[in-house]
Design a protein around this ligand. Structure first.
Ligand SMILES: [Zn+2]
Length: 485
């Protein structure tokens, strides 16, 4: 049961007046608490557990399990989310479909075949083509980094299997990821250019478990050039040690992956309309699709839960924010992700469908980094250090959120095309210390979600979003800082 929140009780004395102003639809709501007071009350309600976040991610991951882009699971989850949005009282609820070619993993396996036989744990990278029937076999050539692979001479890998063995560094802000993931993004292409028959990658992850981290890679002429796999970290270690013993290591790889033409994915949209400036939109994003091996709990079921729970708390207030708050659950974030003209992913489709509206998108962000606690706020350059920033930090400070050292430049893949089109972005950085233990693995399941940290995320989002939506701050241009006394 969804509990009433503090602010509702506190404001109930004003309910009839608030309703009157809501009907009139303009201006400040007479008698309503100041925006900062409301933001603090929303924060406290979320921290007290009065959110639908956990029940949302529990139901989503339990009903539908994995939700690969273009799959029936993803489509059914989208229909469920739209129905839930309507039941929650949201407005302008609709689904926007877009076409794509889906990728299906099917069965896969790997083993060392020389100097003796040993099993390996692998996961094909997204969009990777299948091996020939019966698999392919080759000697493994190990490169410490992508740079070392790029330094190999053209043709030097003819018929061989290239392995990039770089280890990802664990960092709270996830900054070890881009350093390591370049091998996943560009490795297949670079290996193919040098004649390799297949590409292997030490999983981009921070765990030591015998599970492989899948992920997308860059397409060449619309496809991944050669069969490409992530190896579990212990298996990458094993290949490195065998090679260090002076052994020639041969590996057999099997993948029965396939493509489904004429599939579709979709974005799911819902709003609480603004009372005063409804054309001005604060847009919150997360993605509904997931990788196929887990149930997409931390990537990104929790993100969809956080923004939906924040919108629900705002929708339950006795008065609306001045501006519209829009939630977008994007489809096809994980595959189809490379930003190329016409590439089929939800963030791109959103910009195509809403291009004329983007000028009145006043602020955006997305939640796509698990569900561990938020520790840092970055605002658009125009708002950094402004009275708005000071108010936001007063509200977020008590739940452990501090100012980021730099303004927000972007906010993630889904809202990326909108930000590139000029929509100002903020970020609420989450503690990513353990995120890459689980990311893109079969271990991405509901039990990894810490409910109290999930609700702290909702608290940070709802407070910040309320402050932005119940204001007239222009985040595109400079907000003057009052002179110091
Ligand atoms: Zn994600």
């Amino acid at each position: 049961m969804y509990a009433k929140i503090n602010v509702v009780a506190l404001a109930s004395r004003r309910a009839s007046l608030a309703a009157l102003c809501l009907l009139s639809g303009v201006g400040p709501v007479a008698g309503a608490p100041a925006p900062e007071v409301v933001a603090a009350q929303l924060r406290d309600a979320a921290m007290a557990g009065h959110t639908i976040a956990y029940s949302w991610v529990s139901e989503l991951t339990t009903r539908f399990g994995p939700r690969p882009a273009g799959s029936a699971n993803e489509q059914q989850a989208a229909a469920w989310a739209a129905a839930r949005f309507k039941a929650l009282g949201f407005e302008n609820v609709h689904i926007e479909a877009f076409p794509l070619t889906a990728w299906v993993r099917s069965t896969e396996s790997a083993e060392i075949t020389a100097p003796n036989t040993q099993p390996l744990v692998v996961a094909a990278l997204g969009e990777s083509p299948p091996t020939p029937a019966g698999g392919l076999e080759g000697d493994v050539v190990i490169f410490p980094t992508l740079g070392d692979l790029k330094a190999a001479a053209p043709g030097s890998l003819g018929g061989k299997i290239a392995l990039v063995a770089r280890r990802m560094v664990r960092m709270q802000d996830g900054s070890g990821y881009p350093v390591a993931v370049d091998a996943r993004v560009d490795g297949p292409h670079e290996a193919a250019q040098r004649g390799a028959s297949a590409f292997l990658l030490r999983s981009v992850g921070t765990d030591s478990h015998r599970i492989a981290h899948t992920g997308t890679t860059r397409y060449q002429d619309g496809r991944v050039p050669i069969p490409s796999f992530a190896l579990s970290a212990p298996d990458a270690d094993q290949l490195e040690r065998l090679a260090a013993l002076g052994q020639t290591v041969r590996v057999r790889l099997v993948s029965n992956a396939s493509y489904v033409r004429d599939a579709h994915s979709q974005n799911v949209i819902a709003e609480v309309r603004g009372r005063d400036r409804p054309q001005e939109i604060v847009m919150l994003g997360a993605h509904l699709d997931s990788w196929d091996q887990g149930t997409g709990a931390i990537d990104d079921g929790t993100g969809t839960a956080i923004i939906t729970a924040a919108l629900k708390l705002i929708g339950d207030l006795p008065h609306r924010p001045r501006r519209t708050v829009r939630v977008v659950l994007f489809g096809s974030e994980e595959v189809g992700q490379p930003v190329e003209p016409g590439s089929a992913f939800g963030g791109h489709s959103y910009v195509v469908n809403h291009r004329t509206e983007l000028a009145t998108h006043v602020l955006t962000s997305e939640s796509d980094f698990g569900a561990d606690r938020v520790y840092q706020l970055a605002l658009p350059p125009a708002a950094s250090g402004s009275p708005f920033a000071q108010a936001a930090l007063r509200v977020l400070g008590p739940i452990g959120v501090l100012a980021a050292p730099r303004p927000a430049a972007d906010a993630g893949t889904d809202v990326g095309p909108s930000v590139e089109a000029g929509v100002p972005a903020f970020t609420l950085s989450q503690d990513g210390t353990r995120y890459f233990d689980i990311h893109h693995t079969p271990d991405d399941t509901l039990d990894k979600v810490d409910r109290s940290q999930l609700d702290q995320n909702v608290a940070a989002w709802v407070a910040l979003v309320w402050l932005a939506a119940d204001s007239d701050v222009d985040f595109r241009t400079h907000v003057p800082t009052p002179p110091a006394n």
